[in-house]
Design a protein around this ligand. Structure first.
Ligand SMILES: [Mn+2]
Length: 335
């Protein structure tokens, strides 16, 4: 029995581009299946959709415009961007890189979710599925790392451009292995795929990526606010947290008045209870947190420390929304 199952898997992997994954039977029917990450897509979201579609079949999609870093990575690697979808109605859904209801794209029906491949906590307001879905959530640095591992386990070869883009996604989410979310798995899989990716100098590639996303001088404040942005529901409150990771934090700190105005109108437009924005200094590993009004400030005080008399809070050693900023705000709102 065992032998024949292995034979089927091997045959399938050899004959088709996609895996017949015995552990994930809901993925063996790829009809009308699309892979997508969260809205305000980042590089991990974009590349993980490509990787999942390559491994399992189905179509890689993206629910929004690519950010400058993602464009840089795809271009450097020679990879083709996922298909942009403005409405997901009627699609069977493989979600990558998120599990929160607040991050679903228009038309995404939770009843149509067949798989979730993610590396985020199932807290706040996760999706509510009516059927059993394939669920793979690991505390690793990026969803792309998990998919590189799946490809390896399933003996699915990644073409050079996808191996390269996958490494870009890991470097993006882990801020070139500097984020506290980084694990040994991220380092190992990047190492394992670097030759296939044709990348001889991983750190240099990472540096180029950081530079590509650091110059925001030509981008208006409202766009900067939502380029790397996530909605959450914490303690029944609608919370938005935007981030700009940059080597040149001062460039954005100088634009604080402009950013605060953009935040004010965005908070109102979206009917948010709280809105926060971090100018994340990737050079000095420091978050510079902005908020809109006294009620947001109270949350910041509870989450971090006294901020009396300040209009921005600099947090040394804080670089991760997922590991540090988000959980602190969640705890402050749920206690
Ligand atoms: Mn991610």
């Amino acid at each position: 029995m065992k032998k024949s199952l292995i034979a089927i898997a091997a045959l399938s992997a050899g004959m088709h581009a996609h895996a017949f994954d015995l552990m994930q039977p809901s993925l063996n029917d790829t009809s009308n299946l699309v892979w997508s990450g969260h809205i305000s897509p980042d590089t991990d979201t974009v590349v993980s959709a490509l990787l999942a579609a390559h491994i399992y079949g189905g179509t890689a999609t993206v629910p929004g415009e690519l950010n400058p870093e993602s464009k840089f990575v795809l271009e450097q690697c020679g990879a083709v961007a996922p298909v942009y979808l403005d409405n997901y109605q009627g699609k069977r859904l493989g979600l990558v890189d998120f599990n929160q209801q607040t991050q679903l794209a228009p038309g995404m029906d939770e009843a149509n979710i067949v798989a979730i491949i993610d590396h985020h906590a199932i807290g706040g307001n996760p999706v509510n599925t009516s059927q059993i879905v394939t669920l793979d959530i690991r505390p690793w640095g990026s969803a792309a790392t998990m998919l590189m591992d799946r490809a390896k386990q399933l003996n699915i070869e990644l073409p050079q451009e996808l191996a390269c883009a996958a490494i870009g996604a890991v470097l993006s989410d882990t801020v070139v292995f500097q984020s506290p979310t980084t694990t040994d798995f991220d380092r190992q899989l990047v190492d394992a795929y670097s030759a296939q990716a044709g990348l001889s100098n991983i750190n240099e590639f990472g540096e180029q990526m950081l530079i590509a996303k650091s110059d925001l001088s030509h981008i208006d404040a409202a766009t900067i606010l939502t380029m790397d942005y996530k909605n959450f529901e914490f303690g029944g409150k609608k919370v938005g947290i935007g981030v700009a990771e940059t080597l040149n934090a001062q460039q954005l700190i100088d634009r604080k008045p402009e950013l605060l105005l953009a935040m004010q109108s965005y908070k109102q437009e979206q009917g948010l209870d709280h809105l926060f924005f971090s100018i994340t200094d990737t050079k000095h590993k420091r978050a510079n947190l902005l908020w809109v009004d006294p009620s947001d400030q109270q949350v910041v005080e509870r989450a971090f420390q006294s901020v009396q008399g300040q209009d921005m809070l600099s947090l040394d050693g804080v670089t991760s929304r997922k590991r540090q900023i988000g959980p602190a705000i969640q705890t402050a709102l749920e206690q």
